[in-house]
Write a protein that binds this ligand. Structure first.
Ligand SMILES: Cc1cc2nc3c(=O)[nH]c(=O)nc-3n(C[C@H](O)[C@H](O)[C@H](O)COP(=O)(O)OP(=O)(O)OC[C@H]3O[C@@H](n4cnc5c(N)ncnc54)[C@H](O)[C@@H]3O)c2cc1C
Length: 483
């Protein structure tokens, strides 16, 4: 990058916040996927005005700008594939206001999600979105990806808590959307357009977030299922009976075994699946709901249902779920975490198709776990990106999974976003008209294509080249999902 541009960036944010050393550039060249792309420079602004000046400079010089929070993304969204400026928002981490009267918080984008949850909890309030990366990921990244998490079955995803945004557009202008009210139908819903826009339409520099009161109490249960099919049927029945647990997480046998190898915690590895279920609310209601959930698990063949008596026991029940990520990365360096989502009623069908894929891709170590309550499962494989043949297999597996989800009336991504990982499949879901509308929006807001170029197949048809042909094949008949 030209020295003149580096100097201009230094004068905007101060020389110590402009990084050009190779080791710094490498540190900002990846997220939690296998994708990499080296930026020419990393810039760490401290305020909106600086972001505006950086973006204006980038527009004048036609330099790509890739916004980045904590880099925990699972779609390659924060990887600067075209080089240019990597804009790290982590210095903008002020919680500007926690408004207990109007139940909202005003925050900067670099606030770590768990830190916001902690601060609002002190006021008896609750910010429900809880990606498993909450201790590291940022609110800006959560908004830009539309993050979810285990609690979303009951409480909804990040989108449902964003009342308003402050966004620096590609022109350098500041757009303010929404406001402090829960109800707002003024004009186009630009807030929703920007949530999940993955840094391609603007740089989020501020957010007004809805808060709710802390639930009085909660109860955690673990259902042990000898048969995975029964666990998925139990999920369907709990949902169909109108019970809305806070979380309804499924962990399959392969995941249990991987975690047990790591922790030796005495997990029920003989079971094909466990369900971790949490209910919350007023104490009396919670007791009733917990009893009802336990009955339904037993009715669907659970061999045991454990109910945590206190927070320590609840943490034990969560142990298997929480340890999946570290356990998996002991097998291979990169974990490809999928987040295809199907209508909850299709979960048993999804599980049958997944078993078929497990057979087809026997060479890939594979587990499935995730937010079964809202149909958002996380099939995961682990891989070594240094082995090209393994990478090609994973890409074929991703295409197959995408087809399965779409076949079942689902979606490519429930919470991680499209980024690079799912760009080849986006048109399968939204169709050519959908793609053209998205590209028209992108052109209108970012005519020079400087904001996070190369993502979401927005640059043109070449990014949506067909993935390897996939035949998900018939589901095994007779509920034959054992094995
Ligand atoms: C172990 C682990 C567990 C995870 N669990 C979950 C989970 O349960 N649920 C879930 O939804 N996700 C999960 N994720 C994925 C990831 O944490 C989320 O996608 C998260 O929202 C990313 O936040 P981030 O700050 O790391 O963003 P980054 O990875 O830095 O960026 C993600 C995207 O947002 C854009 N972006 C970031 N900040 C801004 C900004 N201020 N303005 C505009 N665009 C911006 C980037 O350009 C990129 O496209 C998990 C990841 C890991 C590694």
């Amino acid at each position: 990058m030209h020295a003149r541009v580096i100097q201009a960036l230094q004068s905007i944010v101060g020389p110590q916040y402009v990084l050009t050393e190779p080791q710094d550039l490498v540190c900002y060249s990846f997220d939690a996927t296998w994708h990499t792309g080296r930026p020419d420079v990393v810039v760490l602004p401290a305020e909106t005005r600086q972001v505006q000046e950086i973006v204006r400079l980038a527009a004048a010089e036609r330099i790509p700008v890739t916004p980045r929070g904590a880099g925990t993304g699972l779609a390659g969204g924060a990887v600067p594939v075209r080089g240019g400026i990597l804009l790290s928002l982590t210095r903008m981490r002020r919680i500007v206001d926690i408004d207990t009267r109007n139940l909202l918080a005003v925050v900067e984008p670099g606030v770590v999600t768990a830190e916001l949850q902690r601060q609002v909890a002190r006021e008896g309030l609750f910010y429900p979105p809880d990606p498993a990366s909450a201790k590291v990921s940022t609110i800006g990244g959560n908004i830009a990806t539309g993050a979810g998490g285990p609690r979303c079955f009951k409480y909804g995803v990040t989108r449902d808590y964003v009342l308003g945004l402050e966004v620096v557009l590609a022109s350098g202008e500041v757009l303010r959307t929404g406001g402090k009210t829960v109800k707002n139908v003024t004009g186009y819903d630009l807030t929703r357009l920007l949530v999940g826009s993955e840094g391609t339409l603007g740089v989020i520099t501020g957010a007004t977030l809805r808060l709710i009161p802390q639930p009085e109490t909660q109860r955690t249960l673990l259902g042990v299922f000898p048969r995975l099919a029964d666990a998925s049927a139990a999920v369907g029945d709990i949902v169909a009976k109108g019970i809305v647990p806070t979380t309804l997480e499924l962990v399959d046998q392969t995941a249990l075994r991987v975690v047990e190898d790591y922790l030796q915690a005495g997990l029920p590895v003989e079971a094909e699946a466990v369900l971790i279920i949490e209910v919350d609310g007023f104490a009396e209601a919670v007791d009733r709901q917990a009893r009802r959930v336990a009955e339904l698990c037993e009715a669907h063949g659970a061999s045991a249902v454990r109910v945590a008596a206190d927070a320590a026991q609840a943490a034990e029940l969560w142990q298997a779920r929480r340890a999946i990520n570290p356990s998996l990365t002991r097998i291979r360096p990169i974990k490809v975490g999928e987040d295809v989502t199907v209508p909850p009623g299709e979960i048993p069908a999804f599980i049958r198709r997944f078993q078929y894929l497990r057979e087809r891709y026997r060479d890939l170590p594979m587990v499935v776990y995730g937010h079964a309550g809202d149909g958002n499962l996380h099939p995961n494989v682990v891989m070594d990106p240094r082995r090209p043949e393994e990478r090609a297999r994973v890409e074929a597996w991703l295409a197959d999974l995408a087809r399965v989800a779409l076949d079942l009336g689902g979606t490519l991504t429930g919470e991680h976003g499209i980024g690079l990982l799912k760009a080849p499949f986006l048109e399968w879901e939204v169709g050519p008209v959908g793609m053209e509308v998205m590209r028209a929006v992108k052109r209108a807001l970012d005519p020079l294509n400087i904001l996070n170029p190369g993502k979401m197949a927005l640059d043109g048809p070449q990014a949506t080249e067909a993935a390897p042909a996939a035949e998900p094949g018939p589901a095994p008949t007779g509920g034959g999902t054992r094995g």
